[in-house]
Each structure stands twice: as C-alpha cells, then as structure tokens.
Design a protein. Sequence first.
Length: 89
Amino acid sequence: MSNWGVPDEPIETDEIWPVAEGGPRVSWNQRRIARSENRSKGAEMPDVFDVLVSPDPTKLATKIDERSLRRPFRNSRNKDKGFGGLPRR
C-alpha cells in the first residue's frame, strides 16, 4: 500500500520514443513508469518533458530528430513531428 491508501501499482520499463515508431530498446530511451500509464500512452511520440527524463536527453532528442528527417513516423498522429512531438514544418 502506498502512503495514500492506494494499492501499489506494478512498475514497467517504457521506451520514451516508442519502438513502434523506430525507437531503440537502449538505456537512454527508457524510463520506469506505472503500468497503467505505460498501457494508456500507446505509440505517441514523447513531448519535451518526456525526453528530459531520459538518462541522456540530448542523445534521445538528436536521434528522434535524425529519424524524423529521413522518413515520416508510422502513426498518423505522429506524422510531420520531430523532436518533442513538435511540428516538422
């Protein structure tokens, strides 16, 4: 039980930049979050605040940007987005 009387939720490893969108399974692209949060976010590109929790935010931002220049992301809601989910125009 947490201090708030809410049952503790399992924690999972999450890829900040989703694997479904080309994100690698490496330490600089991972964080530990609650299972419900991980399951609800889907394959959405991270925002700037998500990137900042990376062990190496500069590397993560650079890799996302490089990938977005080569080809668009798969999910339509991520189309034309680069680093931090910002529009690529």
